[in-house]
Design a protein around this ligand. Structure first.
Ligand code: PLP
Length: 446
């Protein structure tokens, strides 16, 4: 253990000297060291074991170090580490087949990328070339990735410093009853008014200028707002009415996170393009992609698709995807996510909401839950401002961590997003720690 601690200290020192971190002011950072991980747990630089209710960046759907996925990567590495994307390779062919078996509708052509942002870039490019139009409608309260088009589509403060007003993006509000933009008091009203607002946005922007509407089937980082009944079907109908391409971003919500293979499956809607990454192979090797409906794929039957990348369908990444999807099927991992959500996490979180005045709302599906913290339940004033943090949030998260629980945090929300493989005992252990941590947040309520 002493040698491990020394290695961790050395890694930290080199990190602070040489590593440039994402989305951060570099000087004030104190990143945590992770030295090992197994299943739903990680170990920090001091040898402490923590329960990982963040799934890192909400990507380790199959848990850490799944032996079948590790073995598949090792086997592929021993056989063929890399190959130009112009050649056929069996890992990529089989990954595409398996993904197509689970995608909704007829989305059975797969274009592979390195991650989620470039999947979004390519989906938008396909939609623009297919329609001959340029504009894309995207939601406020969304995240679509860190590259140029993807970050401009994004509806959170990470867009602001990157937005030069030239990406052809128009933002609209989606349904979110707890903080309704539409003065709605019921789900039915929220759906109806959110769809009216979207149709009006289309009318005022000019339907003939709009290539695509992109939306997360269930928004992730922005707050896990499960859409009310009829909303996604309504978006589908508007896309059909105005010949607009519907892009479902399933980068975070896909591959079991909501208790179904894709979040959009809960609503029986098929988009024209679907972006995925993260859970496709739990991020063991970087991979993302776009699943493409036949009528869009046909646009590029005789005309070259003007896009590509050196690692499109990288053998190590797609071999990991094959092993991940097979393991998820064999071990009933998607079913486990649904069961844990229905039986343990949903009821457990609602029970915490009943007892803790700092909890304004809990919402989610499967292993995809948001706990919305408020200073005042009556006014719903958030415990941290939009786009910011607060001592109350920082102290609450620190209390959870000190007691052995890692959470995903955004503004005034704690996200309970463990691996889809979580057991009932682990889920209950995490809820018990969260229960203690919420007493810290309670101390900051009015
Ligand atoms: N889309 C959604 C919905 C996401 O949650 C993310 C990442 O969190 C992305 C796109 C970007 O994916 P990546 O970070 O792999 O580029």
């Amino acid at each position: 253990p002493e040698a491990a601690r020394e290695r961790a200290a050395r890694a930290y020192e080199l990190d602070r000297k040489h590593v440039f971190h994402s989305w951060s002011a570099q000087k004030s950072l104190h990143p945590m060291v992770i030295t090992a991980a197994q299943g739903c747990h990680v170990w920090d630089g001091d040898g402490n074991r923590l329960l990982d209710f963040s799934s890192q960046m909400v990507n380790t759907n199959i848990g850490h170090q799944h032996p079948k996925v590790v073995a598949a990567i090792q086997e592929q590495a021993a056989t063929l580490c890399t190959v130009s994307p112009g050649y056929v390779n069996d890992a990529r062919s089989e990954a595409a087949r398996l993904i197509a078996e689970h995608t909704p509708g007829e989305l059975n052509r797969i274009f592979f990328t390195n991650g989620g942002a470039d999947a979004v870039e390519h989906a938008v490019r396909m939609a623009r070339l297919h329609t001959g139009r340029y504009k894309v409608l995207a939601r406020y309260r969304s995240y679509h990735g860190g590259t140029e088009t993807a970050v401009n589509l994004t509806g959170d403060p990470r867009r602001w410093p990157n937005d030069h007003g030239n990406a052809g993006v128009v933002h609209f509000f989606g349904p979110f009853l707890y903080r309704s933009q539409f003065h709605a008091t019921t789900e039915v009203e929220e759906t109806e008014r959110a769809l009216q607002h979207l149709e009006q946005t289309i009318a005022f922007e000019g339907p003939s200028t709009i290539a695509a509407i992109i939306l997360e089937s269930v928004p992730g980082t922005a707050g896990i707002m499960v859409p009310p009944p009829g909303y996604l079907a309504g978006v589908r109908a508007l896309c059909d009415k105005y010949d607009i391409v519907m892009i479902a971003d399933e980068v975070m919500a896909g591959f079991g996170r909501t208790g179904k293979w894709f979040a959009i499956d809960h609503f029986e809607v098929a988009p024209d393009l679907l972006t995925f990454a993260k859970g496709v192979n739990s991020g063991y090797v970087p991979l993302g992609g776009v699943a493409i409906a036949p009528h869009i794929a046909a646009t590029f039957d005789d005309r070259a698709y003007p896009g590509g990348l050196t690692y499109s369908g990288h053998p190590l990444a797609t071999a990991a995807a094959v092993a991940t999807i097979n393991a998820m099927r064999e071990e009933g991992i998607v079913e486990n996510a649904a069961d844990m959500g229905e039986r343990v996490l949903g009821p457990g979180l609602r029970e915490l909401a009943d007892r803790h005045p700092s909890v304004g709302e809990v919402r989610g599906l499967g292993v995809f839950w948001a706990v919305e913290l408020v200073r005042d339940r009556a006014t719903r004033e958030p415990l941290a401002p939009y786009g910011g943090t607060s001592p109350a949030m920082t102290e609450t998260v620190a209390a959870a961590k000190a007691a052995g629980l890692l959470l995903f945090v955004n503004f005034n929300r704690l996200h309970v997003v463990p691996p889809c493989t979580i057991t009932e005992a682990e889920a209950k252990e995490g809820l018990a720690i969260l229960d203690q941590a919420l007493t810290v947040a309670d101390g900051h309520t009015v």
